[in-house]
Each structure stands twice: as structure tokens, then as C-alpha cells.
Ligand binder design. Sequence first.
Ligand code: AMP
Ligand code: GLY
Length: 427
Amino acid sequence: MKILVIGAGGREHALAWKFAQSDQVDEVLVAPGNAGTALEPGVQNVDVPAEEIDRLVALAKERRIDLTVVGPEAPLAAGVVDRFKEAGLKCFGPTADAAQLESSKAFAKEFLSRHEIPTAAWTVVDNVADGMAFANGHPLPLVLKADGLAAGKGVVIAEDERTVKKTLEDMLSGNAFGQAGHRVVIEEFLVGEEASFIALVDGETVLPLATSQDHKQRDEGDKGPNTGGMGAISPAPVIGDELHEKVIAEIILPTARGMVADGHPFTGFLYAGLMVTQTGAKVLEFNVRLGDPETQPILMRLESDLAAALMDTLDGRLDELELQWDSRPAIGVVMAAGGYPDEYRKGDPITGLDLDRPDGIKVFHAGTRLQDDQVLTNGGRVLCVTALGETLHKARGELYRWLPQIGFRDAYYRTDIGHRALARREH
Ligand code: AMP
Ligand code: GLY
């Protein structure tokens, strides 16, 4: 079969790399891709941006694509799956209606409350006075979230009332996040450990992928500004067997069933961002796609054929599907451009990519591009160096020993990815 991957990040490089390994796959195209997908054996970039849905449909028809897989949220929210379906093309992901679980935080919270799925106490406001009224009745800190898509940056944890007020003003005026901030969700601050729980979903049928945990903050010790994710591990030891069952029974299945009951059945990767609190796991957010960088370590561990699995899901056979996982843990560390998530440089050459790597280490590209034969930086998150090992401790040791072979100007990475898991377990 021929596969088209939509997107340009590390998640999409990992997807394309995985698809290219399948003996059922003849061709993998990535639109628009990055230098990593350009250089990946069996993978080819096509210069069509992920937002240009008309051109993507035309490309899929012209190249006789059998299966399109969407990486990022923006095209899903814009209805890429609906448009492919109308054109008679197979496209893996939720419709725009179902993608509201991610594209509107208010939609997600209303959904969670209606279906009694555990989440933080919340309200949604469109003016400062209502926001302050909620704040007066709830303990600080409070979490404020712009309703719409804001690339993981639309969340502010306010420690005092002044910050609540200022954030409400900034978001509601449209200055901070434009249209995305015209409604603001305010919610209770949850204490616990975060984990990412991603499942394949088709209507009421669900099949979990391996668990994972990312580190969203930029700096060591999970401090500093929120980013798209600075590194991830799989599995997440915080999700033990018992909790795993509970998450499926109390969160994932009710979500799938609720979406069907509400008239917008979900097909695709459903990502529940969880806070594991003392009273159980609660949903912090939904994403309607794979996480980045969680995908990189997760797919390093997947032994089954992902292309066949996604095709089976679209053909209504998710209930018969089983996925095999490598029992070894994996870890991915993001090399970012200094300054990310704020201002950062682009266009600097990356060295060391051609060097021999130890077995079990793979470098996934994110913000990179190819100019002549040179790989240049082209985004905030530049690379995700990913390693598989007998234990997390060993994988992480190998990774951090080898990683400094790669370099670019002002490269920045955290040296403590996986610290929560390691603190929890003896390795
Ligand atoms: P979100 O985009 O909703 O996942 O929020 C981004 C990050 O903000 C999460 O990964 C958490 O680290 C933090 N966060 C969001 N909501 C809460 C909450 N209710 N309590 C504590 N931390 C939160
Ligand atoms: N790593 C979190 C996300 O993909 O949104």
C-alpha cells in the first residue's frame, strides 16, 4: 500500500520510519516532512503544507494513496478527515466534529462533566467578572486555559489573584492568543504525576497503545515555561496494571461511548493527558492525535505493523486487533534551539548526524530542513534522540553519553528526562 503522512515534526518522522519498515507498504510520502523524512530510506517528502487540504486531497488522488495518516491537530480541527472521506479516500483521524475534544477546551470540559469522567472542577467564562467570581470561590493556584488551539502554550497556572485577573484580561482581549482566547476555561489545580494515555479508537471500540510520559516544561526539574514537550519515556511506571484497567474503564471507554452517544463518533488516536492524583487519574486534556514527543519512544517499542493496524481500524476490525510491544523501555530527548519556546535561531547547520550510532538509538528530526546536502535547524524543537534499552536507566545512560556527538549553535536539551520514572523504580 501507499501511505501519506501529513505533518513536519518528530512524530511524523517516527510514523514515516515505522511505516517504511512494513512489508505491506510500497511507498511512504510525507507532506511536507523535514530533513529526517527526506533522508529516511523508503520515505519521500512532497512539498505540500499540512494546512492546505485541497492540495492534500489532490495529492492523495494523483499518487493513488491508500492510507493517509494525520500527525498534527490543526488539519484535523480544520476537517481534513471529512474532506478526504468526501473524496472517497481513507484518512486516519477524527472528523472536525470529533476533533473538538482537542480544538475546544470548553467542549472537552462540557463533555467530561456530562459523561461523568473524572476531571478538575471548572468553569468557562467570556468576561473578567465571571472569571473573578469563580476565582473567589476556589483555592489558588488556579489554571487558566485559552479555549482554542494554542500549540500547548495557552495554559497559565496562576498562583495569586492578580495573575488570575491579568491572565483573564490578556486572554479575553484576544491579545495573548487571538480568537483562541475569547473564551477561557478556569479550573482547579490538580496535584499529582502526569502521564499520557493514548488509544486507538473506532466508535465504541478501543485498544490502548503503550503508556508514556512527557516532560512539558523547558527546564530541569520540570520548571520554566510550558513547551510542546522536551522529552518522553514509554512506558510510564506511574500507570500500574490496576490503574491501567481503571483508566480504560473510567476514562477511555466512557469517552469513546460518550462521543458515539453525542453523535460524533471518534476514530483515530485518542490521547488522554492524565494527572494521577491521590484519588485516581483525572483528565487534564484530550488530544485527538499522537503526542509529540511521546510517539518517538512509543513507536520504538511497537513490534506490530502499524500500517496494517491503522488499515484494520478503518475497516472496522479494531476489535480483532492485537499489538505486540517490545518489553524494553524507550526514552526520547528533544534537542531544542536555545530560546525555545520564545525566540530562537533558525538555519544553523547540524553536525554529527552521519556518525555511527550504537544499536537502539535513533535520531528523529523535527524542526530541520535540507539545503543542498546540509541539514539545517528550522524550528524550536529540532531533533528527538530516542533510545531503547534493557532498563530505562541503561537506555538513558547510553542516550546521554551519545547525544553530545550531535551539535548545532545554541543547542539546548534537558539532562533529566525520565527522572520521575527513575525515582519511582530501582533500575
Ligand atoms: P493542557 O494543555 O491542558 O494539558 O495543559 C498543559 C499543562 O499544564 C499540563 O500538561 C499540566 O502540566 C498543566 N496543567 C493543566 N491543567 C492542570 C490542572 N488542572 N492542574 C495542574 N496542572 C495542570
Ligand atoms: N506532548 C504533548 C503533545 O503532543 O501535545
